[in-house]
Design a protein around this ligand. Structure first.
Ligand code: 3HC
Length: 316
């Protein structure tokens, strides 16, 4: 088939809501787009373990510690699903890690902010995981099969992450005046970085067009951000906390909240490496990756020996 015929057949397959599988023919740009988005999603899951990991030893109760440990372990698993999904497109884990370490691949901007106290752990679960699950529920219908199946598994766990964060915020908002102040302060610091997770406005989003045509993304950045805002503002009101946006107002005619403008200078500063914790996050990831080299070498040696043993048995 000529290339154009292949491209037309591919688009018809996508438009028929079929899933693209690893062995299917796909345009190089579709492959590159999926590799980029899935690997950056995986990096986000793993880097996102750092800000919360700082609070495992400082959790206020054994129950809180167990929940936080389970959540962070889930995030590592999400990273594993997503790196494995990206590998089906022909990129190696080592190459993805190299791109991350060399600044050629991104991870979600939100993880470049510090976690200053326990209320931040509540705000991250409620807002950051809440934003992530809003995005990921939409991605369950993404056209690339392995990514879609990863999302189905991840979304189940992400909803628990959001609920455990909201539980922390509920306890603190109904606690002592100092705990209430901490909950409001955490909301003040995490609200706008959570909105930035959905990316630039669609009219400023270089990847959204292809993403939507190829059904890699099933909704634009602004639509998903609006879904999150409409869901989260009533939750803040229920807690008696104030969203840090003086322009926030309900629009009866549209049935949506209207908000002030995101600080896009801050967004571009953070995603280009100049956020409060970018350097710390990357140094930690590089150091721990180095320290873990022996585990990878041992696992690979074991796999080689098992393969040799199986081969010997097969020949015998
Ligand atoms: N942080 C970092 N980079 C971002 C970003 C953000 N919040 N928003 C956009 N970008 C980057 C994009 O990756 C793209 O960079 P690239 O061209 O180098 O790849 C550039 O800015 C332009 O943005 P676009 O809107 O054109 O890019 P996309 O169409 O890909 O949209 C996205 C960006 C919404 C993040 C999309 O890639 C996406 O939906 N990704 C999958 C979901 C994801 O990665 N979520 C991470 C959240 S963290 C998480 O899930 C962990 C959970 O446990 C909390």
């Amino acid at each position: 088939m000529e290339l154009q015929e292949k491209l037309d057949a591919f688009q018809q397959y996508i438009d028929a809501e079929e899933k693209i599988e690893p062995k299917d023919w796909m345009p190089d740009e579709y492959r590159r787009h999926c590799i980029r988005q899935i690997s950056q999603h995986a990096h986000s899951e793993v880097i996102g373990m750092q800000p919360e990991g700082n609070w495992i030893t400082r959790a206020p109760t054994l129950r809180a510690k167990k929940i936080l440990l389970a959540k962070i372990q889930d995030e590592g698993g999400h990273g594993l699903y997503l790196y494995s999904a990206a590998e089906t497109l022909g990129i190696s884990r080592d190459e993805m890690i190299r791109q991350l370490h060399e600044g050629k691949a991104k991870y979600s901007s939100v993880f470049n902010y510090p976690t200053l106290n326990w209320a931040d752990i509540g705000a991250i679960g409620w807002l950051v995981d809440g934003a992530a699950v809003t995005n990921q529920l939409s991605l369950r219908r993404t056209s690339y099969g392995p990514y879609s199946r990863a999302m189905l598994r991840i979304c189940n766990e992400e909803s628990f992450h959001q609920r455990q964060g909201y539980e922390i915020m509920t306890k603190m908002a109904n606690g002592t005046p100092e705990q209430r102040r901490m909950a409001q302060d955490a909301l003040d610091r995490w609200w706008w970085p959570a909105l930035m997770m959905f990316g630039p406005h669609d009219n400023n989003s270089p990847r959204t067009y292809n993403g939507i045509v190829w059904k890699i993304k099933r909704a634009g950045n602004d639509e998903l951000r609006q879904r999150f805002i409409d869901k989260t503002v009533p939750q803040a009101e229920f807690l008696g906390l104030k969203i840090p946006d003086p322009q926030l107002q309900w629009n009866e005619a549209t049935g949506h909240y209207e908000t002030g403008e995101i600080n896009w200078d801050e967004f571009h500063r953070v995603i280009s490496g100049d956020g409060p914790c970018n350097r710390q996050r990357m140094e930690h990831h590089k150091r721990v990756h180095e320290e873990g080299a022996w585990v990878r070498e041992a696992a690979e040696a074991f796999a080689r020996r098992r393969k040799a043993e199986n081969l010997t048995e097969a020949i015998a």
